[in-house]
Design a protein around this ligand. Structure first.
Ligand code: NI
Length: 205
């Protein structure tokens, strides 16, 4: 009886924290809208410490990326629709941008499904999208830490009618610039053109 109550309380706390994180991110994206600069938000020192494993099986931390230009997406390889579409968008943006700009931007895919997304699975998956894409996964704890750092909501969803579980997750493309600055946040309805224009603006083109 007591145990059930504890679990329920914990669940409520977890849901509360998730909604809080999501709200903050939503506010950031709305700020960008209000400022009239598309999705440009320029939030410095965004994203905290994390440690993950890349698609080559090497240990990486936030320090390895903090001074890079990056397009980051959190998702999972079993995702049927949204993830592939958003990763395809990142790929198209990089292919469309002038080489001197696109070569400065690292596309990064971070898994929110560490159970199924092994190093090998991630490696095969990212190769479908862009030759320079970096794939990151880790233990459930490591993934949680990285997702929290980027205020990503994700939750495993399963009911009796499903053979395999799915992962419910927030979907944002983060345009990160040196100094761990969140330069822009793109949502599902932002087109390839919108993302490309924002990046060109940032580079003063
Ligand atoms: Ni997805």
């Amino acid at each position: 009886m007591n145990k059930n109550r504890l679990i329920r309380t914990l669940l409520i706390v977890i849901i509360g924290v998730s909604i809080g994180a999501f709200t903050t991110l939503y506010q950031i994206s709305q700020e960008g809208k209000k400022s009239g600069s598309g999705s440009l938000v320029a939030t410095k020192n965004f994203g905290g410490a994390f440690e993950l494993i890349n698609h080559l099986g090497e240990k990486v931390t936030d320090k390895d990326f903090e001074d890079q230009h990056r397009l980051i997406y959190f998702g999972f390889t079993y995702c049927p629709a949204i993830c592939p579409t958003e990763l395809q968008k990142i790929s198209m943006v990089l292919n469309d941008l002038p080489e001197e700009i696109s070569s400065q931007i690292n596309p990064i895919f971070i898994s929110v499904d560490p159970e199924r997304d092994t190093v090998e699975t991630i490696k095969n998956y990212i190769s479908l999208f862009h030759p320079r894409m970096i794939g990151l996964t880790g233990t459930p704890e490591q993934v949680k830490q990285a997702a929290d750092a980027y205020k990503v909501y994700y939750a495993k969803v399963q009911d009796e009618t499903m053979q395999e579980y799915t992962v419910d997750h927030s979907s944002f493309i983060y345009f990160m610039t040196p100094g761990n600055t969140l330069q822009a946040l793109f949502k599902i309805d932002d087109s390839t053109e919108t993302i490309k224009t924002a990046i060109l603006n940032y580079f003063g083109k």
